[in-house]
Design a protein around this ligand. Structure first.
Ligand code: LLP
Length: 463
């Protein structure tokens, strides 16, 4: 058991009164426990899901995804209407992409942002009207641009001078017209609660503000390219309005300058709205965020005496992050004695192959027993995977009932964004299925991989 006087627990981790509780901000609204204590999501008990689909299992709460998409849409519609303009929300497909999600987004009135030819193909295969797609990427190939132009993609977000020339040729060869934005780098880089604002940011995306006028002039001179506005994305998992405000002010100075050379009807301020991964994360409610960002844009425009452009935003994580839960089965338990106390390692049957974020970014998560509740005193645990790597962490720091044991099901919260897309077959582990749940029903939206899938690529195996 964990002693409170000597503990390897980090300062931010709160010892819960009840290590079975489901913190509201972290879990989907549908998450609750049955009378027997079993974890339920989208009306489906964990044991039913696992019986049918095994573990590890990525579960996605359809109602939660749709509710969050609609809330973002409504919040930005209301905030922009109050300032005499409009907003378009593009779901950032990189957070989690499959044809089912694309259809949910289109249903909810959203558009979709894709950043490779592969993502574009998923959106098109979902039946998306290409006009509702935005196409990103700092190194789009000629083939990708050709596909986008031929499909009729609504907006291509240009990221380099090479791309202006490349796209110019693609458009000219087809006698086509293409609406484009220019991605700029405002020098504002927001990270969670803080943001940094520099004159020159050392990163690959976008044009530095000082170089943008020349790039826009080149776009405007290129037959077939229609410049519609600037794009700027300041980072991901951002809390608060301050970073967006600073960035919008900088970008609008450039926007005003560009108005002397022609129309600039739009402005895209990117995505990055933060979510709660643990109970200490405290994201600003979406209505507050929308009002704050749109008001900042409107005030800046008023000060500069320019019209408020039509706005667009590209949230990914804020739509799918908290709607996803991963179910694992506990395999082994090990107590390791450290100078600061005991750390209990709880090993599950997945790991960095289905969630690379702890290993990649030191990301923190929350976990709960899913098959039962327990009155046992909370113990500090580190949930780890089955991979041959010590950085294979699933949940770095969490309190679970101290009697957690092999065979228990564990639910890890907020795994809906950037887990499946960053998944791998490290150690020849197959990737789990994604199952959507809603109103007590579950269905597979991406099937799990089989060992045959994995072995099929090995040219040394004769079929
Ligand atoms: N728009 C652009 C241009 C982006 O680059 C991104 C994210 C988004 C929108 C959506 O950001 P979101 O709203 O989802 O935060 N793999 C990292 C996140 C990488 C984000 C890349 N770009 C992670 O797991 O935290």
């Amino acid at each position: 058991m964990q002693s409170t006087s000597a503990s390897p627990a980090p300062e931010w981790l709160v010892t819960p009164d009840d290590a079975n509780d489901l913190a509201r901000a972290v879990w989907p609204a549908s998450a609750h426990r049955t009378e027997d204590g079993e974890f339920v999501i989208g009306g489906v008990p964990a044991s039913d899901l696992v019986r049918e689909h095994g573990t590890p299992l990525q579960v996605l709460d359809e109602g939660e995804v749709r509710r969050r998409a609609a809330a973002l849409r409504d919040a930005f519609d209301a905030a922009t209407a109050a300032h005499g303009t409009s907003a378009r929300i593009y779901y950032a497909g990189k957070a989690l992409l499959n044809t089912t999600i694309v259809r949910w987004m289109l249903d909810e009135g959203l558009n979709v942002d894709v950043c490779t030819g592969g993502e574009l193909e998923v959106a098109l295969r979902a039946g998306a009207d290409a006009a509702r797609l935005g196409f990103h990427g700092n190194n789009k190939s000629v083939a990708e641009l050709e596909r986008a132009v031929e499909a009729g993609v609504g907006t291509i977000i240009i990221d380099s001078t090479v791309e202006i020339e490349r796209l110019g040729r693609v458009v000219a060869d087809r006698g086509a017209e293409q609406r484009v934005m220019l991605r700029v780098n405002s020098g504002v880089h927001a990270e969670t609660h803080d943001f940094l604002a520099t004159a020159h940011e050392d990163q690959k995306f976008g044009f530095p503000l000082v170089d943008a006028p020349e790039a826009v002039a080149l776009i405007r001179r290129t037959p077939g390219l229609i410049f519609v506005g600037l794009h700027c994305h300041i980072g991901s998992q951002i809390f608060g309005v301050a970073g967006f405000r600073e960035s919008a002010e900088r970008v609008l100075a450039l926007h005003e300058q560009l108005l002397t050379g022609g129309d600039v009807p739009q402005l895209n301020l990117g995505g990055g709205f933060g979510i709660a991964y643990t109970r200490v994360d405290d994201p600003v409610p979406i209505t507050e965020l929308a009002e704050g960002i749109v008001a900042a844009v409107a005030e800046t425009c008023a000060r500069r005496g320019i019209a408020v452009p039509a706005l667009s935003f590209e949230p990914g994580r804020a739509i799918v992050g908290n709607a996803g839960v991963t179910l694992y089965e506990v395999g082994t338990i090990k107590d390791v004695t450290l100078d600061q106390g005991i750390r209990r390692y709880v090993s599950v049957d997945g790991g960095m192959s289905d969630n690379a974020r702890p290993a990649l970014y030191g990301a923190q998560y929350s976990a709960r027993l899913a098959s039962r509740v327990s009155e046992a005193a909370p113990a500090l645990v580190r949930v780890v995977g089955k991979h041959c790597e010590s950085g294979d962490i699933v949940v770095d720091h969490e309190y679970l009932p101290g009697d957690v044991a092999p065979g228990d099901l564990l639910a890890v919260a907020a795994t809906g964004a950037y887990c499946a897309p960053l998944s791998s077959n490290y150690n020849h582990v197959t990737r789990p299925p994604i199952v959507a749940v809603r109103d007590g029903a579950a269905h597979v939206i991406v099937r799990g991989e089989s060992m045959a899938d994995l072995l099929a690529r090995d040219a040394g195996i004769t079929p």
